[in-house]
Design a protein around this ligand. Structure first.
Ligand code: SAM
Length: 244
């Protein structure tokens, strides 16, 4: 039926496309996407031929009008390059405009790097704040981290490999003692999730320059600190028992 269908797509492993996503991408009248080349490849892999409309949040009002006029009569999908649309990706303005015009909106859930990183980090997952990408300039990045420092929740962020070292250094200074997980290349061949102190992670990635896509997970304030500190505590406890 007519409406806007928000469709999550894989974040690396094409096996993660859902059956509903495939059926929907096949059945809609058009697919709105960030990059027609990237979505074209996914559709080619799925052996789906579709009309593609380029869309991002910088798109003109006219493009939004066009997509929503179509969606009021026929089903139209929105996808992003990878993962869940609207999560550090375009779509928010389109969904808001659809709601304003009474165009029905539904969403087909699927992969998102933020949620996957949270499930791998081994950090408290009961309360979390997703804060998207940190600013790339040092001062703005530190200001953003200071603003997040008192949030009583696990933090989830997106980063890029070239900025990882600077981001970890800033996290170490602005959010001292907080354990951090680096979740890299999720669902892909070289997937890893490494949790530790910022100092330990900085040393590791200095010796092994990271490649690919990265999500960061930061422990909430007041969580027991990184493993190194736990070992200290265990040693102290052991020594104390000896003395007794
Ligand atoms: N909408 C996407 C989602 O739901 O995950 C996120 C899009 S955002 C433009 C791209 C960022 O997501 C990357 O820079 C990286 O921080 C993170 N990301 C995407 N895929 C990833 C993966 N396979 N492993 C780790 N992080 C990933």
């Amino acid at each position: 039926s007519p409406g806007l269908y928000i469709v999550a797509t894989p974040i690396g492993n094409l096996g993660d496309i859902t059956l509903r996503a495939i059926a929907t991408l096949r059945g809609v009248a058009a697919v709105a996407c960030e990059d027609t080349r990237i979505t074209g490849k996914l559709l080619h892999y799925l052996q789906i031929k579709q009309k593609l409309i380029r869309y991002d949040d910088h798109a003109s009002e006219a493009t939004r009008d066009h997509i929503l006029a179509l969606a009021s009569e026929q089903p139209v999908a929105l996808v992003s390059d990878a993962g869940t649309p609207l999560i550090s990706d375009p779509g928010f303005k389109l969904v808001r405009a659809a709601r304003e015009r009474g165009v029905s909106v539904t969403s087909l859930p699927g992969p998102s790097a933020a949620i996957m990183a949270l499930t791998l980090a081994g950090l408290p997952s009961d309360r979390f704040l997703f804060a998207g990408f940190l600013p790339s300039k040092d001062k703005a990045r530190r200001d953003a981290l200071r603003g997040l420092a008192s949030v009583e929740a696990t933090l989830v962020l997106y980063e890029t490999a070239p900025r990882l070292a600077d981001a970890l250094a800033a996290i170490g200074e602005e959010l001292p003692g907080r354990e951090v997980a680096v979740a890299r290349e999720l669902t892909k061949r070289f997937e890893e999730c490494r949790t530790g102190s910022t100092a330990g992670l900085i040393a590791h990635y200095a010796a092994n320059p990271p490649k690919g896509e990265i999500a960061l997970v930061i422990a909430p304030p007041g969580e027991p600190a990184a493993v190194e500190h736990d070992i200290d505590a265990l040693l102290r406890a052991a020594l104390a028992t000896d003395k007794a």
